[in-house]
Ligand binder design. Structure first.
Ligand code: FUL
Length: 487
């Protein structure tokens, strides 16, 4: 057992302050490396061979699958961390928790779903099992589950209530099933535990109808036998594909959706949806190259694997009454939208239910406030109905011009590229002028990569005409969407 991990396991709470328990710190604290050969993963999914030349032939460029496209267009998903930690006031349980502590008195998954829908979210992901191993559904694989708790007299099934609530509110359900399990006696006895994990996934993926996202982290520790568990990722991912072919699979290494590389809510300012899969061969891989690939992707990447930005509305992932005064403000949540969705990513915002089993009123008010603020900000596109006029400059540069026909005060610009064809715009600048005849241009924003959506805010200026310069990776830039907003 590593010294770091011993500290984590023997301290009364957690040795690492809650707010600093980041995913990466956790992975490095628990993972000394994973004995899984990268080669075992290479053939998985739509991984294509790297091309020799630097420039992709348009047909060979990676493009999103229909599920990846739908996933990205949903923009906002709610993450729900709930389980025994909610009752022990901890972030990571050690697996010795008594199931008797799990007894939410007013649990109402419909409240979670209603708030999510009213706040503009289109999907929700629940921690069906976290690292403590406690299962929120009555699994056949262990007694460490809701079936051994007093909640609903041991007859409850929270995964069922969760998916039913999602469907009733027209939200897509997703599940997080932690591979690291500090309760399972077989953990560390690799084939035996992998077998149990596959059985758990099978229950989750066959018992509850369509599941849209299956969320895996790479947390990897030692079992009671002192041996590090070796996960069989190709088998886990293959099982998801077989049982839920429409679902997207999330992990550091995808294969469909990648972790964005931090938990502060910020996608890379340069963010390609393609990656080189060999740089992040398995979940939990560490190193500077890995972090760069997660944050920024790779313009020459051979696999489409867009980044998901997971972040919590509170310092911790689980609910702690002591953090009731530290809920992110509406302004901060709006900022998160800009640094995630506005940077070609998707926002997975964690809002943990209380021990009663409800979303806390402060969190609810902030979510509704965020929705109201975003709606107000984006409801009037000052460039609506205007087609940009293209002036081709050379084979990799294009300039789009837009005449608004009147002077408006603008402070946000949105660019979009048709990602169903792949992502190719490497760089952009936007200039504006308030004059009708095209004098007095000044640069208002500039950046790298566009993708699904790129949002830039600037000090509001009067605008009559807009000019967008685009530099493409491969050839003539694709037609882009341009919107302009006041705030
Ligand atoms: C990490 C976990 O260790 C955290 O507790 C949390 O669930 C986060 C979303 O993923 O891997």
């Amino acid at each position: 057992m590593s010294e770091q991990k011993r500290r984590l396991e023997t301290s009364p709470g957690n040795a690492v302050p809650r707010s600093r328990l980041t995913r990466r710190a956790f992975l490095t604290a628990t993972a000394g490396g994973l004995a899984l050969p990268g080669a075992a993963l290479r053939g998985f999914g739509r991984i294509r061979p790297r091309r020799d030349g630097a420039v992709a032939h348009p047909q060979e460029r990676p493009t999103p699958s229909p599920s990846q496209l739908a996933w990205q267009r949903d923009e906002l998903a709610l993450f729900l961390h709930f389980g025994v930690n909610t009752f022990t006031d901890r972030e990571w349980g050690d697996g010795t928790e008594d199931p008797a502590i799990f007894d939410p008195s007013r649990l109402d998954a419909r409240q979670w779903a209603r708030v999510a829908r009213e706040s503009g979210f289109r999907a929700m992901i629940l921690t069906a099992k976290h690292h403590d191993g406690f299962c929120l559904w009555p699994t056949e694989t262990t007694r460490h589950s809701v079936a051994s708790s007093p909640w609903r007299d041991g007859e409850g099934d929270l995964v069922r209530e969760f998916v039913d609530a999602c469907r009733a509110e027209d939200l897509k359900p997703g599940l997080y099933c932690s591979p690291w399990d500090r309760n399972a006696p077989s953990y560390g006895d690799s084939p035996r535990y992998n077998h149990m994990f596959v059985a758990q996934l099978t229950e989750l993926l066959t018992g509850y109808g369509p599941i849209h996202e299956v969320w895996f982290d790479g947390a990897n520790g030692e079992g009671p036998n002192g041996r590090r568990q070796e996960y069989d990722w190709p088998r886990f991912w293959g099982l998801v594909r077989e049982l839920q072919p429409e679902a997207v699979i999330f992990s550091d290494a995808g294969p469909d959706v990648r972790w964005i590389g931090n938990e502060v809510g910020s996608a890379g300012a340069t963010n390609w949806s393609a990656v080189d899969p060999e740089v992040v061969p398995y979940p939990g891989a560490t190193g500077d190259d890995v972090m760069d690939m997660l944050q920024q992707g790779d313009p020459e990447g051979t696999v489409w694997r867009p980044g998901e930005t997971d972040v919590s509305i509170r310092p911790g992932w689980f609910y702690h009454a002591g953090e009731d005064d530290e809920v992110r403000t509406v302004e901060n949540l709006v900022e998160l939208y800009f640094t995630s969705v506005g940077r070609n990513s998707k926002l997975l915002l964690n809002v943990p239910p209380t021990p009663e089993g409800l979303l806390h009123e402060t969190d609810v008010a902030r979510l509704l406030g965020m929705h109201e603020a975003l709606t107000r900000r984006f409801e009037t596109d000052l460039a609506a109905g205007l087609a940009p006029r293209r002036q081709r400059v050379d084979e990799r540069l294009a300039v789009e011009e837009l005449d608004l026909g009147r002077v408006v005060e603008a402070g946000t610009v949105e660019l979009r590229e048709p990602i169903e064809r792949g992502q190719t715009i490497r760089r952009y600048t936007v200039d504006a002028t308030e004059s009708a005849d095209g004098d007095g241009w000044r640069a208002i924003v500039a950046g790298t990569t566009v993708g699904y959506k790129r949002l830039d805010r600037f000090e509001p200026v009067p605008v009559r005409r807009l000019r967008v310069h685009l530099e493409d990776l491969h050839g003539e830039p694709p037609p882009i969407g341009v919107c302009l907003y006041a705030g």
